[in-house]
Each structure stands twice: as structure tokens, then as C-alpha cells.
Design a protein around this ligand. Structure first.
Ligand SMILES: [Zn+2]
Length: 434
């Protein structure tokens, strides 16, 4: 079933929904405050919850229209048609500016308000709302508000809800930070708005063309502060651009890997150099180079990639698995290089796992692919490393050669080897998530 929509911008978005093929009597005009977006991938799974682990309820097709309700762990909670609520991977819907800041929150202003199945007094009551309860309004029509209620939706008389102004939400989150690993940005989409403030409703200073290059200035929540070639500054939404670290456009063909969140962990960093090569170069330098190659490859496949470090900075061990937990990673991959007590004593790659059921299947899927590398594959082994032991998510640690072996080192420092590693991990993850 398809629900074509016509989008009209304003503080309140008027959505004319024309319901085709529906047996239920539905209104031809309704009001909502969220943004409607169009699916650009060929298929996107519509899931019960915000993550790959949740069951798929339906599949969205290219050009389907959905409305964003809220955001969690980089997943969007969306409404499909009038009554279906589910979750989709936000990074697969990058074509439009969306922000959960356009949500409408409200407070119940009367005691014992009935939550109805349909917008009618004689409809079944699903439950009762207490006075002062906070509700998320997803839809409004003719005196009734549709709200999120017990993992589904219910209808409440609009008069019983005092809505909070949307201005409060959109002015929040404007603290600026600078990410030193980002130098420039390329626009993925056509007609991206350069806004005066980091919010959907911000004044539009210019409309930018697809593939426009912008200079990165700072990050403000989900927005980048940028400068155009002409010298104009403003904000663009982070889902409309690709930072300079990945130079190829993201493909959005859906696969399970495309829906996955992967945390890549470049071993060591900053004053922790890791192992030393015979040329006095550091493990930390090559782990970061390799991680950036893997990140670019996975992002091209549509995956959501998060790095524990993007530059040569010190990151303690404990925050690395903590980050994986925070973003609900579907896989955590730590990249290291081995070292033997004396140089030229050992060669090859090793795949470490900690948990037999949680981590070993991931280790096996990746290790099989590493057979293709020019270095010997030393296989999978149990490894009692903190980044694995303290990890709540499926996690592996890859030792991708001996940095103090001259033969291994020649590979480790070459971009062809690093690209092969990236390709093998991409293939291994594709199999793992199939
Ligand atoms: Zn290491």
C-alpha cells in the first residue's frame, strides 16, 4: 500500500494524504508537524525497534514516503501511513533534512484522559493518561491528536494536551565543537539549504548544488558549520554531506550490512605509540591508516561507521567498548599490529575473540576472508583483551601482521595491503550479517 504525499513547508506542515487501496474510511486531509521523507534505497527494513536485532515488520521501497517521529541510536522512529510505527536506519535516508527537533511534545492538562484507538468518543479505550504526563504528538486532525502510546499509537482529544512550543527544541543543541579530522565536506544531495542557525527552521541563506565542496568550520549537534567558496558561512545538516575522509558517494542499496552500526577501533594513539617497527615508526600510525580505509569501504556499502579515534590522540581503553555500547554497535573491530620479542621472528595475522557465543561467529566470518591476504593467517584465538572482555557488543581484535618483521612491515605500510584488509573485512561483515 502506498500513501503519496504532497509536502508544504511551514511551521506546521500540511500533509495531504491520499490513501489508495484502503478499506478504512480515512480523512483526506490531516495535519502533522514532522517532516516527510522519501526512501532512496531500493529497500529499507521497517523494524520493531532501533537496531538490526529487532524483527522486520515490513520493507519500504524506493520512493515510499514516511514521517519521522524521533531519533535514537542513529535510527529514526517513523510513521508509515496512518497507524504503523516502526524504526529505520537513519543513514539510509540521507536525502532530506530531518531532525527530531521538529517533534511536538505535549503535557496532559486534565485528570484521567482516555487514550482511544480511533479519533472518536465511542472508540475503544486503550488506556488512561494521568494529568501532567508527557506525550509525543505525531499527528493531528479535527480536534484529535495522535500520540505515541505503549509502543503503538492512540488518539486523545487535542484540548487535553498543552503543546510545548517547537522553538524551545530547535534552539537547543547549538554548542559548537571542532572535529580536527574533518577538513572539507561534499554535498550528497541537490538543493541543500545553508541555514543561519543549526535547525530545520533556520533562516535559509542559500540553496546549494549537489557535490558542492564546503570548508568545515565546526560541529553543532547534527549540523556542520561551514563556509562556501564565496565566503558565506552557515549550517548544513550532517546527513546531507560526506566528510572528506570518505571520498566516494555512499551507496544506499540495502543489505543487512547497510543497516549495521560498526565501531572501528584504531589501536593506541597519542602518547601510547603501540609497538615499534625496525624503522622506528609506530603501530598507532598504521592502525589509524587501516581503520580509515575500512571505514571508507564500509560507508560505501551504506553501513553506519563510528570510530573510537579519528586522529593521533590518546584514547583510554575503557571508553572504547563503552562507545560500542552507547551506539548499540552490531560489531566492534579493534585493529592492532603484532610484535615479537626480537625482530623477524614471527609473521602473519591473528583474529582474537573473547566470548564464544557473542564474539566467535564474528571472528570466524572475518578470519575466513583474511586467508586472501599476502601474509600467513595464524587463525582465530581466544584473547583476554579489555576491549573484548568489557564489550557488550560482538567484538574482535585483529592483529594484522608483525610490525617488527621486515616482510610483514613492507605490507603493513603499503596502501594496497591496507585496501585488501578493508575489502576482506567488508566481505566478512557482509557474510556475518547476511
Ligand atoms: Zn596494539
Amino acid at each position: 500500500m502506498r500513501y503519496p504525499t504532497i509536502k508544504i513547508f511551514g511551521l506546521v506542515l500540511l500533509l495531504s494524504l491520499i490513501f489508495a487501496g484502503s478499506s478504512l474510511a480515512r480523512p483526506s486531509t490531516t495535519y502533522a508537524r514532522q517532516e516527510t521523507i522519501t526512501v532512496t534505497a531500493n529497500t529499507v527494513n521497517f523494524r520493531m525497534g532501533p537496531g538490526l536485532a529487532y524483527e522486520t515488520m515490513a520493507q519500504l521501497k524506493k520512493d515510499d514516503k514516511i514521517t519521522v517521529i524521533t531519533q535514537k541510536n542513529s535510527w529514526y522512529q517513523v510513521r508509515l501511513g496512518n497507524d504503523k510505527i516502526g524504526w529505520v536506519a537513519s543513514w539510509l535516508l540521507k536525502n532530506t533534512e530531518i531532525s527530531s527537533a521538529t517533534n511536538t511534545q505535549g503535557t496532559i492538562n486534565t485528570a484521567n484522559v482516555a487514550a482511544k484507538e480511533n479519533p472518536a468518543d465511542d472508540s475503544d479505550t486503550l488506556g488512561t493518561l494521568q494529568q501532567d504526563a508527557t506525550v509525543t504528538v505525531v499527528y493531528e486532525k479535527t480536534g484529535w491528536s495522535q500520540i505515541l502510546f505503549q509502543k503503538t499509537v492512540a488518539w486523545v482529544k487535542s484540548a487535553y494536551i498543552t503543546e510545548q512550543s517547537t522553538a524551545d527544541a530547535t534552539t537547543a543543541n547549538t554548542k559548537l565543537t571542532v572535529d580536527s579530522s574533518i577538513k572539507s565536506l561534499t554535498l550528497n544531495d541537490a538543493n541543500v539549504k545553508l541555514r543561519a542557525t543549526p535547525a530545520i527552521g533556520g533562516h535559509v541563506k542559500a540553496t546549494l548544488k549537489q557535490k558542492t565542496q564546503l570548508t568545515y568550520l565546526a560541529t553543532a549537534g547534527d549540523w556542520y558549520k561551514v563556509q562556501t567558496k564565496a565566503g558565506q558561512t552557515g549550517y548544513v545538516a550532517n546527513w546531507t554531506v560526506t566528510p572528506s575522509s570518505s571520498n566516494k558517494p555512499v551507496t544506499t542499496n540495502a543489505s543487512d550490512l547497510a543497516e549495521a552500526t560498526i565501531v572501528l577501533d584504531a589501536g593506541h594513539g597519542g602518547n601510547d605509540s603501540g609497538a615499534l617497527s625496525q624503522k622506528n615508526t609506530y603501530e598507532k600510525t598504521f592502525t589509524l591508516q587501516i581503520v580509515k580505509k575500512i571505514a571508507a569501504k564500509l560507508r560505501q556499502g551504506g553501513a553506519h561507521v563510528v570510530l573510537t579515534r579519528k586522529s593521533d590522540k590518546f584514547v583510554d581503553l575503557a571508553p572504547r567498548p563503552a562507545l560500542a555500547k552507547k551506539v548499540h554497535a552490531d560489531a566492534f573491530i579493534s585493529i592492532h599490529l603484532d610484535s615479537s620479542p626480537k625482530s623477524n621472528q614471527a609473521s602473519g595475522t591473528t583474529t582474537y575473540y573473547y566470548g564464544k557465543s557473542k564474539d566467535k561467529p564474528l571472528a570466524k566470518a572475518l578470519n575466513t576472508q583474511l586467508d586472501n591476504l599476502p601474509l600467513p593467517n595464524r587463525g582465530t584465538e581466544f584473547g583476554n583483551f579489555l576491549v573484548l572482555r568489557d564489550n557488550k557488543q560482538p567484538a574482535v581484535l585483529l592483529e594484522l601482521g608483525y610490525i617488527n618483521d621486515s616482510k610483514d612491515y613492507a605490507q603493513i605500510r603499503s596502501s594496497s595491503y591496507q585496501n585488501e584488509v578493508a575489502g576482506d573485512i567488508y566481505k566478512g561483515l557482509t557474510r556475518y550479517f547476511k
